[in-house]
Design a binder for this molecule. Structure first.
Ligand code: ADP
Ligand code: TPW
Length: 575
């Protein structure tokens, strides 16, 4: 066997993998080169794939994951062995947790040496480590199996509940040579990778009967609903039913947040008060207080319970995971929503007026209160006065993609900044993980085709900040706004011992994150007022130049852990 595949009638592992990806329209690779995949990245680029190289694999993995969410095609992340693989694994696991389709392909060391633990270069049993942390994991040992390996990975990633898939490619595989014609024939173009799953007619009837019986119905849209790309039918269902709805964080914009049926501004009222809740692609996990308890509405202290649920989900195991689901509707969201719409009939009665009026009353009150808060202009800036600017910028540029992470920076942005279009808000998701920022921003710019605005806590930004170089290198239209309050949650903590170390949550005061952007040739701006922030953001969106705005925020603004203070044992005691 030779490693030279230049002869016309032979091919090799490198080319077969590239051809398998191309055959399945997987045209972008997020990667970090090194042994044994350096040549793969070069060859992929030479073959016409878009190859985006990062500074840390976790960011490449996060980019692949969110590309999967945005496109319904598995995002591809490519890493080196052991440490590179492990760096990528966090993103793969996070993708699986969030139901985003991605494929992590890692080079690995030689099986014979790894299995005898003889100390190979970057030795690690990667397949065994990945398997419990993702949806599926496969290893390919022979060049003629690359087509099957890629096909299985695609199906596993996007069919049913989407998730992360690991593909293990030992170094030797890349150089394996085989007959070119046999190689071509070994590749598989996957037919119908995410088949529709039609809900059973009796399940649809059960759901409609329950919905019809409701006096205080509510629709909850989750990021599964955003992923499903059934935007028109979801909107039609909401509007035809007349039922108020709440979007989960990444479902914001599925219908414009300004829609009159949005109950977002009355969230803490509607959650406990609703009697029948229709969940569309949302799990009753911690983000919804497991469907029980007093904290459903965030700050609400009202007791609630006794809701009946209809749950649309592609996973047949999701129902009853936290509370009883009276009417599970198993299938893909597009098919389920279409079936509900079809069964509603022309005589569908809208919800009782007293329910709608009660919501409208609270909503109007809360919106007026928020408008008052947003109109204030405190010195120094706080989250509200800064985010009031971001709110206007997104309103004027509804196609822009908003990436968001932090604690207060996350919670305030979610509640203040309205979204107008589907899949425009990308954030920390189910884990509340820090570090997605720059990976998501790069992918959003590369596959989204619109300007990206990343609203970052200063701590959150630090997890992926080095990718500012990547943003400059590819000249991406990303505007990063760092809400800089000198630390994790804030910067006002003190070391109670009076010793020389600052408190664990405190960073260098007055840090100039804009200088990081300057180092790589992007536009660097330092702002202390809303007016300065506004003109810097307007210019960034207009110019599409890589921009980093260091926005100085009052270091005492916000709260510890943002809105999830109650999960923090220590501060809960303090309260
Ligand atoms: P959120 O955090 O926004 O509440 P979750 O991530 O908890 O949303 O829930 C998303 C749900 O959507 C998952 O249970 C997943 O199985 C489901 N899902 C994802 N894609 C589809 C689809 N195409 N059809 C039906 N359900 C889907
Ligand atoms: C991988 C814990 C949650 S939020 C946060 C941390 C460290 C940063 C909050 O400070 P930031 O935002 O970004 O400055 P703000 O607006 O409140 O000032 N490690 C991981 N994930 C999580 N969630 C944490 C730590 C955490």
């Amino acid at each position: 066997m030779t490693t030279d595949a230049t002869a016309n009638d032979t091919t090799d592992g490198f080319n077969l993998l590239i051809d398998a990806l191309k055959l399945n329209d997987l045209d972008t690779i997020f990667c970090l080169p090194g042994i044994p995949i350096t040549d793969l990245t070069r060859k992929a680029q030479a073959a016409g794939l878009r190859v985006i190289a990062f500074r840390h694999e976790q960011n490449a993995g996060n980019a692949a994951a969110i590309a999967g969410f945005m496109t319904q095609k598995p995002g591809i992340c490519l890493t080196v062995s052991a440490p590179g693989f492990l760096n990528g694994l966090v993103a793969l696991t996070n993708a699986t947790t969030n139901c985003f389709p991605m494929i992590l392909i890692s080079g690995s060391s030689e099986r014979e040496i790894v299995d005898l633990q003889q100390g190979d270069y970057e030795e690690m049993d990667q397949l065994a480590i990945a398997r419990p942390l993702c949806k599926a994991a496969y290893r390919v040992l022979h060049a003629e199996d690359i087509g099957v390996g890629v096909a299985r990975a695609i199906r596993a990633a996007v069919s049913g509940r989407p998730g992360g898939v690991y593909l293990d490619f030992p170094a030797k595989l890349f150089a394996q040579v085989m007959d070119a014609d046999a190689g071509r024939k070994s590749l598989i173009k996957v037919v119908d990778p995410a088949p529709r799953q039609i809900p059973a007619p009796d399940a649809v009837r059960r759901a409609l009967d329950l919905l019809k019986s409701a006096r205080r119905p509510l629709i909850l849209l989750g990021k599964g609903a955003a992923y499903a790309q059934a935007d028109a039918d979801i909107r039609a269902l909401v509007e035809k039913s007349g039922i108020p709805y709440l979007p989960m964080s990444m479902a914001k914009g599925l219908l414009p947040d300004t829609h009159e049926q949005s109950a977002a501004a009355a969230r803490s009222y509607v959650l406990p008060a609703a009697d029948v809740v229709l969940l569309i692609g949302a799990r009753l996990n911690w983000l919804l207080s497991h469907g029980k308890g007093k904290t459903w509405g965030g700050k609400s202290s009202k007791a609630w319970g006794g809701q009946q649920y209809i749950q649309i989900d592609i996973s047949p195991q999701e129902a009853d995971s936290n509370v009883r689901i009276a009417a599970p509707l198993v299938g893909d969201i597009g098919s389920c929503v279409a079936a509900l719409l079809g069964g509603m009939g022309a005589d569908w009665a809208r919800p009782p007026a007293d329910w709608l009026n009660a919501i409208a009353e609270r909503k109007n009150k809360n919106i007026a209160k928020m408008a008052e808060t947003l109109a204030r202009d405190p010195q120094p800036m706080n989250f509200h006065s800064a985010l009031n600017v971001v709110r206007d910028i997104i309103k004027a540029n509804p196609d822009a993609i908003l990436v968001n992470e932090g604690a207060n920076a996350l919670d305030f942005t979610r509640s203040i900044v309205d979204m107008y279009k589907p899949r425009k808000r990308l954030d920390v998701g189910t884990w509340g993980v820090m570090g997605i920022g720059m990976g998501f921003a790069v992918a959003a710019a590369v596959v989204g085709g619109h300007p990206v605005i990343a609203i970052e806590g200063d701590s959150a930004f630090g997890f992926s900040g080095m990718e500012v170089e990547t943003i400059c290198r590819y000249h991406l239209p990303v505007c990063i706004v760092i809400l800089n309050n000198n630390g994790v949650y804030g910067g006002a903590d003190v070391n109670p011992t009076g010793g020389p170390d600052v408190a664990p949550t405190v960073f260098v005061k007055g840090a100039r994150y804009d200088k990081l952007m300057e180092a790589f040739g992007g536009v660097a701006v330092h702002v202390t007022t809303p007016a300065e922030l506004r003109s810097a953001m307007e210019e960034a969106v207009r110019s599409k130049e890589p921009t980093l705005i260091n926005a100085v925020i009052d270091e005492t603004a916000g709260t510890e852990s943002g809105r999830i203070t109650s999960l923090n044992p220590q501060s809960a005691k303090k309260k």
